[in-house]
Design a protein around this ligand. Structure first.
Ligand code: MG
Length: 174
């Protein structure tokens, strides 16, 4: 096989993350660290602040280096993460030694939500992600779509997000 010690693997790593959270009354709607008003006053339910986009981004970064997933790092059985600010969870992930030595080449995200209409908020979400990830906004893509009124997302009961991250690592990784 080519992936032997004599042939170190390439120094580019790709990671994928996805997440979904239920929309309920009495909660805030936070996407990529940006609070967004919902026309019915709904927000995302979760153990943390339920920022579905940041959770997908975290899983993409962890996945790129095969470091597990957000649930392993921040289990919902642990009260320490109750109502946690997902921006702080992301910062903890970025502070992992193996991720600190990486560069994020680009991040491509998709949010699927029937409501609210996200187009007016995309630029604020991109800025927030670029700021959190300390990178140029041109490396950050955020797209939004509806679910064409299909399934739970289409009925306005949930919002989902996916993220794909490309990382460069300074040395060959196993
Ligand atoms: Mg989540």
């Amino acid at each position: 096989m080519l992936n032997s010690p004599e042939f170190p693997l390439p120094t580019f790593r790709i990671g994928q993350g996805q997440d979904i959270h239920r929309l309920v009354p009495g909660r805030r709607l936070i996407l990529g660290g940006v609070e967004i008003p919902h026309p019915q006053g709904l927000g995302l339910l979760g153990h943390s602040d339920a920022d579905v986009l940041l959770h997908a981004v975290i899983d993409a970064l962890l996945g790129a280096l095969a470091l597990g997933d957000i649930g392993q790092l921040f289990p919902d059985s642990d009260n320490a993460w109750r109502d946690a600010d997902s921006q702080k969870l992301l910062q903890q992930v970025l502070d992992l030694p193996s991720l600190r030595s990486c560069a994020l080449l680009n991040l491509d995200c998709t949010i699927t939500a029937e409501q609210p209409r996200l187009a007016p908020h995309i630029s604020a979400i991109r800025s927030s992600l670029a700021n959190l990830l300390q990178t140029d906004i041109r490396r950050i893509s955020v797209k939004a779509k509806t679910n064409e009124q299909l399934d739970a997302i289409g009925r306005g009961e949930a919002i989902a997000a996916t993220a794909i991250a490309l990382l460069w690592t300074p040395e060959a990784t196993p």
